[in-house]
Design a protein around this ligand. Structure first.
Ligand SMILES: Cc1ncc(C[n+]2csc(CCOP(=O)(O)OP(=O)(O)O)c2C)c(N)n1
Ligand code: SF4
Length: 289
């Protein structure tokens, strides 16, 4: 399949020239095309932010929800129509800040969706406030003396919660990012890919060069089935490892377990509501008089 199948044609893209979001937009198209996932079989779901605009630049089905709320509609869409590929995509602020509680509980539910986080370590859309992943000492117009909190570590949290698939990429490394995305999309269950994505306008600390100098790849000998080692690698802070940290292939998915599929495995959209049953339920609770 051709990656340009996902192109929208001539549209006005509202990102700054040089923004890392363009790279994620492109590499994802190639990953999907190589997996032969057609636009009609894909739903992209996002929250609010610069990164969250991505589905609007993609020719496919999409749902753009509230700030921090991408994962719950993504879970529901997958449950309603399990044959669709679902990608929930947003920024670090949206996913780990406003959406932090949804992040944790989606990992517990383990729907078969891919969660791509554009991690630029800043709130881009609202003009450069610190986000949960901003580094200690990062100065912004709001954090004038520099961030004094430890950054949130999404990989360590995901591994601690036994997420099915946990990886980190850097958008400057196109081939590696594409291969990681392909493995995440084909993983059965929740897959997190945190992608470093420079915000060239509001983050002058974590630049393209900074990410190149402060990242390296996990060795080929790294065993992604060893959870304790994966956790140790996820908390490394000096230089940040990239690659697939952890895979647990033995988890059942939300759709496998959800009650509506226990007696009937037809997707929800193919079922007719049982109006007689609904009426009898209403009648049961009707108050006389
Ligand atoms: C409930 C709510 N709170 C705050 C906002 C304002 N807001 C819009 S985008 C955003 C941050 C987005 O940052 P991030 O998710 O890191 O994405 P980026 O723009 O950097 O891609 C905020 C705080 C909002 N839209 N809704
Ligand atoms: S503000 Fe930052 S994240 Fe937003 S488009 Fe510009 S470079 Fe990209």
């Amino acid at each position: 399949m051709d990656a340009h199948t996902f192109d929208m044609g001539e549209i006005d893209i509202a990102w700054c020239p040089g923004c890392g979001n363009y790279g994620i937009l492109n590499v994802l198209k190639y990953a999907l095309a190589e997996l032969n996932i057609a636009p009609e079989n894909l739903v992209m779901v996002s929250g609010i932010g610069q990164a969250a605009k991505i589905p609007q630049y993609f020719r496919t089905h999409f749902f753009n929800g509230l700030h921090g709320r991408a994962l719950s509609p993504a879970t529901a869409i997958k449950a309603a129509n399990p044959s669709m590929a679902i990608i929930a995509e947003s920024g670090d602020g949206d996913m780990y800040g406003e959406g932090g509680n949804h992040f944790i509980h989606t990992i517990r539910r383990n729907p078969n969706i891919t969660n791509i986080v554009h991690n630029n370590m800043v709130y881009g859309l609202t003009k450069g406030q610190a986000s949960p992943t901003s580094q200690l000492g990062f100065k912004t117009p709001v954090q004038v003396a520099g961030v004094f909190l430890e950054p949130f570590n999404p990989l360590a949290v995901a591994i601690a919660l036994d997420a099915g698939f946990v990886a980190r990429a850097f958008v400057g490394d196109v081939e590696q990012t594409k291969e990681i995305l392909k493995k995440a999309i084909t993983h059965k269950g929740y897959a997190l890919v945190d992608i470093f994505q420079p915000c060239v306008t509001f983050n002058k600390l974590n630049t393209w060069q900074w990410f190149k100098e402060h990242t390296y790849y996990l060795e080929d000998s790294h065993n992604p089935h060893d959870r304790a080692t994966a956790f140790k690698r996820a908390v490394e802070g000096d230089k940040l490892p990239l690659g697939i940290f952890y895979i647990n292939p033995n988890k059942s998915t939300f759709e496998d377990n959800v009650g509506v599929y226990r007696k009937d495995n037809r997707p929800l959209f193919e079922r007719e509501p049982d109006f007689a049953k609904l009426q009898s339920l209403i009648d049961k609770f009707r108050v006389a008089g």
